[in-house]
Design a protein around this ligand. Structure first.
Ligand code: ZN
Length: 156
């Protein structure tokens, strides 16, 4: 006979559809000014704490903490929205390139809910402030950047 050990603390790891009320990415649509565009299973939002101007995030709508837990629809949506975000940023701000990727908590990421960074790069963006102070100067609030991005891509 198999022994059954009940471990209620593991329930949250089994249930990936749970909505973490404290997680800002589960509540991505609460602050509309950061929302760039929604897909079926994922969304493009502005990073509230941008590394550089135009820094966007693509997130799955479900609270997923491991890239391996993305389902096929999310895989597809994630790449589709990543490409769409790059296209929109190119059209709006003409960056010279992009850094695209994701971090786990171990890699220095601060949030459980996986999120893919799309950071537009501009020639000379690693300037004096970045090197001396490990800080970037962002000339505009992300909310304003989102307005411009949406306007230039006819999303209103
Ligand atoms: Zn979440």
């Amino acid at each position: 006979m198999t022994e059954i050990i009940y471990a209620p603390m593991r329930e949250k790891y089994l249930e990936h559809n749970h909505k973490d009320t404290k997680c800002p990415f589960c509540n991505y649509n609460r602050r509309q000014e950061y929302l760039v565009q929604e897909g079926n299973t994922c969304a493009i939002i502005a990073n509230k704490y941008p590394y550089l101007y135009g820094h966007l995030l693509v997130i799955p709508k479900r609270h997923i903490t491991d890239i391996l837990d993305l389902n096929k629809d999310e895989d597809k949506d994630l790449m589709l929205l990543t490409k769409r975000a790059i296209k929109m940023l190119k059209k709006a701000f003409h960056p010279d390139g992009f850094d695209v990727g994701y971090q786990t908590k171990m890699g220095g990421g601060t949030l459980d809910h996986i999120h893919f960074h799309i950071v537009p790069r501009y020639k000379g963006d690693t300037g004096f402030m970045t090197i001396m102070e490990n800080a970037n100067i962002i000339s505009e609030k992300p909310e304003i950047m989102v307005q411009k991005l949406r306007k230039k891509n006819n999303l209103f």
